[in-house]
Design a protein around this ligand. Structure first.
Ligand code: A2P
Length: 257
Protein backbone atom coordinates (compact mmCIF):
# COMPACT_ATOMS: atom_id res chain seq x y z
CA UNK A 1 0.00 0.00 0.00
CA UNK A 2 2.44 2.62 -1.20
CA UNK A 3 -0.10 5.45 -1.22
CA UNK A 4 -0.85 5.01 2.48
CA UNK A 5 1.21 5.48 5.63
CA UNK A 6 0.45 3.53 8.77
CA UNK A 7 0.49 5.85 11.80
CA UNK A 8 0.22 5.10 15.50
CA UNK A 9 -2.54 6.71 17.61
CA UNK A 10 -1.00 8.87 20.35
CA UNK A 11 -4.04 10.45 21.96
CA UNK A 12 -7.84 10.27 21.70
CA UNK A 13 -10.26 12.86 23.07
CA UNK A 14 -14.05 12.44 23.17
CA UNK A 15 -16.19 15.61 23.33
CA UNK A 16 -19.74 14.28 22.98
CA UNK A 17 -21.38 11.05 21.85
CA UNK A 18 -21.09 12.50 18.32
CA UNK A 19 -17.62 14.10 18.26
CA UNK A 20 -14.03 13.11 19.01
CA UNK A 21 -10.50 13.99 17.96
CA UNK A 22 -7.25 12.08 17.90
CA UNK A 23 -3.53 12.55 17.32
CA UNK A 24 -1.19 10.23 15.48
CA UNK A 25 2.45 10.00 14.59
CA UNK A 26 3.46 11.69 11.32
CA UNK A 27 5.68 10.16 8.68
CA UNK A 28 8.47 12.73 8.18
CA UNK A 29 7.96 12.57 4.41
CA UNK A 30 4.26 13.54 4.69
CA UNK A 31 3.91 17.16 3.52
CA UNK A 32 0.75 19.27 3.34
CA UNK A 33 -0.48 22.82 3.04
CA UNK A 34 -2.42 24.09 6.07
CA UNK A 35 -6.16 23.75 5.38
CA UNK A 36 -5.83 20.63 3.21
CA UNK A 37 -7.43 17.23 3.79
CA UNK A 38 -6.25 13.69 3.17
CA UNK A 39 -7.83 10.25 3.09
CA UNK A 40 -7.59 8.41 6.39
CA UNK A 41 -9.07 5.21 7.71
CA UNK A 42 -8.67 1.70 8.99
CA UNK A 43 -8.05 -1.71 7.55
CA UNK A 44 -11.42 -3.49 7.79
CA UNK A 45 -11.67 -7.16 6.76
CA UNK A 46 -8.25 -6.92 5.16
CA UNK A 47 -9.07 -3.86 3.03
CA UNK A 48 -8.50 -0.16 3.63
CA UNK A 49 -11.70 1.79 4.35
CA UNK A 50 -10.93 5.48 3.87
CA UNK A 51 -12.70 8.84 4.11
CA UNK A 52 -11.55 12.42 3.53
CA UNK A 53 -10.49 14.21 6.73
CA UNK A 54 -9.19 17.74 7.13
CA UNK A 55 -5.88 17.92 8.94
CA UNK A 56 -6.25 19.82 12.22
CA UNK A 57 -2.55 20.07 12.97
CA UNK A 58 -0.29 22.55 11.20
CA UNK A 59 2.40 21.57 8.73
CA UNK A 60 5.32 22.35 11.05
CA UNK A 61 4.09 20.05 13.83
CA UNK A 62 5.53 16.60 14.54
CA UNK A 63 2.16 14.87 14.91
CA UNK A 64 -1.08 14.73 12.92
CA UNK A 65 -4.47 15.52 14.38
CA UNK A 66 -8.00 14.82 13.08
CA UNK A 67 -11.49 15.81 14.28
CA UNK A 68 -14.29 13.34 13.58
CA UNK A 69 -17.96 12.71 13.98
CA UNK A 70 -19.19 9.35 15.31
CA UNK A 71 -22.03 7.70 13.49
CA UNK A 72 -23.33 4.52 15.18
CA UNK A 73 -23.64 2.62 11.89
CA UNK A 74 -21.24 4.69 9.77
CA UNK A 75 -19.01 2.24 7.86
CA UNK A 76 -15.79 3.91 9.03
CA UNK A 77 -16.70 5.92 12.14
CA UNK A 78 -18.43 3.00 13.89
CA UNK A 79 -14.91 1.52 14.09
CA UNK A 80 -12.88 4.72 14.23
CA UNK A 81 -14.69 6.01 17.32
CA UNK A 82 -13.29 3.03 19.27
CA UNK A 83 -9.62 3.64 18.49
CA UNK A 84 -7.23 3.58 21.41
CA UNK A 85 -3.71 4.83 21.99
CA UNK A 86 -1.32 2.47 20.21
CA UNK A 87 -3.75 1.48 17.42
CA UNK A 88 -2.78 2.03 13.78
CA UNK A 89 -4.47 4.49 11.39
CA UNK A 90 -4.00 4.61 7.62
CA UNK A 91 -3.14 8.07 6.30
CA UNK A 92 -3.13 8.86 2.57
CA UNK A 93 0.12 10.35 1.33
CA UNK A 94 -1.55 12.79 -1.09
CA UNK A 95 -3.24 15.68 0.73
CA UNK A 96 -5.46 17.96 -1.38
CA UNK A 97 -8.07 20.66 -0.91
CA UNK A 98 -9.31 24.13 -1.74
CA UNK A 99 -9.06 25.84 1.67
CA UNK A 100 -5.58 27.18 1.01
CA UNK A 101 -4.34 30.74 1.27
CA UNK A 102 -2.94 30.79 -2.28
CA UNK A 103 -6.50 30.45 -3.63
CA UNK A 104 -7.38 33.83 -2.13
CA UNK A 105 -6.55 37.32 -3.38
CA UNK A 106 -4.65 39.52 -0.95
CA UNK A 107 -6.94 41.20 1.60
CA UNK A 108 -7.13 42.72 5.06
CA UNK A 109 -9.54 40.47 6.93
CA UNK A 110 -9.79 36.69 6.69
CA UNK A 111 -13.02 35.08 7.88
CA UNK A 112 -12.71 31.35 8.66
CA UNK A 113 -16.24 29.96 8.90
CA UNK A 114 -16.84 26.39 10.01
CA UNK A 115 -19.87 24.48 11.26
CA UNK A 116 -19.48 21.24 13.24
CA UNK A 117 -16.34 19.34 12.22
CA UNK A 118 -15.91 22.01 9.52
CA UNK A 119 -13.77 23.78 12.11
CA UNK A 120 -10.96 21.25 11.56
CA UNK A 121 -9.06 22.83 8.63
CA UNK A 122 -9.18 26.24 10.30
CA UNK A 123 -7.36 25.08 13.41
CA UNK A 124 -4.52 24.22 11.04
CA UNK A 125 -4.79 27.66 9.41
CA UNK A 126 -4.80 29.68 12.65
CA UNK A 127 -1.62 27.90 13.74
CA UNK A 128 0.09 28.94 10.51
CA UNK A 129 2.43 31.94 10.96
CA UNK A 130 2.00 32.80 7.28
CA UNK A 131 -1.69 33.67 7.65
CA UNK A 132 -0.71 36.42 10.11
CA UNK A 133 1.69 37.85 7.51
CA UNK A 134 -1.01 37.95 4.87
CA UNK A 135 -3.91 39.41 6.87
CA UNK A 136 -4.44 42.12 9.51
CA UNK A 137 -7.32 40.28 11.16
CA UNK A 138 -8.16 36.59 11.21
CA UNK A 139 -11.71 35.94 12.43
CA UNK A 140 -12.35 32.32 13.40
CA UNK A 141 -16.07 31.52 13.54
CA UNK A 142 -17.35 28.15 14.74
CA UNK A 143 -21.06 27.39 14.59
CA UNK A 144 -22.61 24.40 16.36
CA UNK A 145 -26.01 23.40 17.63
CA UNK A 146 -24.88 22.88 21.23
CA UNK A 147 -22.15 24.16 23.59
CA UNK A 148 -20.66 20.70 24.10
CA UNK A 149 -19.86 20.63 20.36
CA UNK A 150 -17.64 23.70 20.71
CA UNK A 151 -14.52 21.53 20.60
CA UNK A 152 -11.20 23.42 20.56
CA UNK A 153 -12.80 26.39 22.36
CA UNK A 154 -10.33 26.27 25.23
CA UNK A 155 -7.50 25.54 22.87
CA UNK A 156 -8.19 28.62 20.74
CA UNK A 157 -9.01 31.02 23.55
CA UNK A 158 -6.56 29.83 26.23
CA UNK A 159 -3.70 27.76 24.80
CA UNK A 160 -3.07 29.36 21.42
CA UNK A 161 -2.51 32.90 22.79
CA UNK A 162 0.25 31.45 24.99
CA UNK A 163 1.83 29.37 22.22
CA UNK A 164 5.60 29.81 22.07
CA UNK A 165 5.76 30.11 18.30
CA UNK A 166 2.64 32.06 17.35
CA UNK A 167 1.13 33.29 20.64
CA UNK A 168 2.13 36.89 19.97
CA UNK A 169 0.62 36.86 16.46
CA UNK A 170 -2.53 35.23 17.79
CA UNK A 171 -2.94 37.83 20.52
CA UNK A 172 -2.49 40.63 18.00
CA UNK A 173 -4.63 39.35 15.12
CA UNK A 174 -6.87 36.38 15.89
CA UNK A 175 -10.51 37.02 16.75
CA UNK A 176 -12.55 34.04 17.91
CA UNK A 177 -16.33 33.87 17.61
CA UNK A 178 -17.95 30.62 18.77
CA UNK A 179 -21.71 30.57 18.20
CA UNK A 180 -24.40 28.11 19.20
CA UNK A 181 -27.92 27.86 17.76
CA UNK A 182 -29.90 25.61 20.09
CA UNK A 183 -29.14 26.74 23.65
CA UNK A 184 -28.08 30.05 25.25
CA UNK A 185 -24.36 30.84 24.90
CA UNK A 186 -21.93 33.74 24.74
CA UNK A 187 -22.96 34.09 21.07
CA UNK A 188 -26.12 32.72 19.48
CA UNK A 189 -27.25 32.42 15.87
CA UNK A 190 -26.30 31.06 12.49
CA UNK A 191 -23.02 32.20 10.93
CA UNK A 192 -24.74 33.26 7.70
CA UNK A 193 -27.01 35.71 9.47
CA UNK A 194 -24.39 36.93 11.95
CA UNK A 195 -22.05 37.82 9.06
CA UNK A 196 -24.72 39.18 6.75
CA UNK A 197 -26.10 41.55 9.38
CA UNK A 198 -22.62 42.63 10.49
CA UNK A 199 -23.11 41.38 14.07
CA UNK A 200 -19.78 39.56 14.13
CA UNK A 201 -17.92 42.46 12.49
CA UNK A 202 -19.41 44.92 15.00
CA UNK A 203 -18.16 42.76 17.87
CA UNK A 204 -14.58 43.26 16.66
CA UNK A 205 -14.85 46.80 15.33
CA UNK A 206 -14.65 45.61 11.71
CA UNK A 207 -16.65 47.02 8.78
CA UNK A 208 -19.49 45.14 7.01
CA UNK A 209 -18.48 42.46 4.51
CA UNK A 210 -16.79 43.96 1.46
CA UNK A 211 -14.98 42.08 -1.30
CA UNK A 212 -12.38 44.86 -1.45
CA UNK A 213 -10.91 43.86 1.91
CA UNK A 214 -12.51 40.63 3.09
CA UNK A 215 -11.64 37.03 2.24
CA UNK A 216 -13.65 34.04 3.40
CA UNK A 217 -12.93 30.33 3.86
CA UNK A 218 -15.97 28.12 4.42
CA UNK A 219 -16.29 24.51 5.59
CA UNK A 220 -19.44 22.74 6.74
CA UNK A 221 -22.62 21.03 5.63
CA UNK A 222 -23.88 21.37 2.02
CA UNK A 223 -26.80 23.55 3.20
CA UNK A 224 -24.44 25.88 5.08
CA UNK A 225 -22.08 26.12 2.09
CA UNK A 226 -24.94 26.97 -0.24
CA UNK A 227 -26.33 29.71 2.00
CA UNK A 228 -22.87 31.19 2.58
CA UNK A 229 -22.08 31.20 -1.14
CA UNK A 230 -25.46 32.77 -1.99
CA UNK A 231 -24.85 35.50 0.57
CA UNK A 232 -21.32 36.22 -0.67
CA UNK A 233 -22.19 36.08 -4.38
CA UNK A 234 -25.01 38.57 -3.75
CA UNK A 235 -22.28 40.89 -2.47
CA UNK A 236 -20.14 40.38 -5.56
CA UNK A 237 -17.64 37.95 -4.03
CA UNK A 238 -16.13 35.40 -6.43
CA UNK A 239 -14.91 31.89 -5.65
CA UNK A 240 -11.16 31.39 -5.88
CA UNK A 241 -8.82 28.55 -6.82
CA UNK A 242 -5.06 28.31 -6.96
CA UNK A 243 -5.31 28.70 -10.74
CA UNK A 244 -7.35 31.88 -10.25
CA UNK A 245 -7.43 33.36 -6.74
CA UNK A 246 -10.71 34.94 -5.59
CA UNK A 247 -12.58 36.32 -2.60
CA UNK A 248 -13.72 33.04 -1.02
CA UNK A 249 -13.12 29.27 -1.05
CA UNK A 250 -15.37 26.44 0.15
CA UNK A 251 -15.15 22.79 1.11
CA UNK A 252 -17.71 20.28 2.36
CA UNK A 253 -17.00 18.93 5.84
CA UNK A 254 -17.00 15.16 6.02
CA UNK A 255 -20.37 13.91 7.30
CA UNK A 256 -20.87 10.17 7.15
CA UNK A 257 -24.49 9.19 6.74
P1 A2P B 1 -29.31 25.24 13.28
O1 A2P B 1 -29.25 24.67 14.66
O2 A2P B 1 -30.14 26.48 13.19
O3 A2P B 1 -29.69 24.21 12.23
P2 A2P B 1 -25.35 20.72 11.72
O4 A2P B 1 -24.93 19.96 12.97
O5 A2P B 1 -26.75 20.48 11.28
O6 A2P B 1 -24.34 20.62 10.61
O7 A2P B 1 -25.32 22.25 12.17
C1 A2P B 1 -24.19 22.88 12.70
C2 A2P B 1 -24.50 24.36 12.84
O8 A2P B 1 -24.71 24.92 11.53
C3 A2P B 1 -25.77 24.63 13.61
O9 A2P B 1 -25.57 25.75 14.45
C4 A2P B 1 -26.79 24.90 12.52
O10 A2P B 1 -27.84 25.78 12.93
C5 A2P B 1 -25.94 25.60 11.50
N1 A2P B 1 -26.51 25.49 10.14
C6 A2P B 1 -27.10 24.41 9.57
N2 A2P B 1 -27.52 24.69 8.33
C7 A2P B 1 -27.18 25.98 8.11
C8 A2P B 1 -27.37 26.86 7.00
N3 A2P B 1 -27.96 26.44 5.89
N4 A2P B 1 -26.91 28.13 7.12
C9 A2P B 1 -26.32 28.54 8.27
N5 A2P B 1 -26.12 27.77 9.34
C10 A2P B 1 -26.56 26.51 9.26
Amino acid sequence: MSNLNSERVLDVRHYTDRLFSFKTTRDPSFRFVNGQFTMIGLEIDGRPLLRAYSIVSSNYEDNLEFFSIKVPDGPLTKHLQNIKVGDRILVGRKPVGTLVQDALLPGKNLYLCGTGTGLAPFISVVKDPEVYDRFDNIVLIHGTRFIAEQAYGDYVSKELPDDELIGELVRAKLKYYPTVTREPYVHNGRITELLDTGRIQAEFGLPPLDKANDRVMICGSPAFLKDMVDMLVARGFEEGAISGPGHFVIEKAFVEK
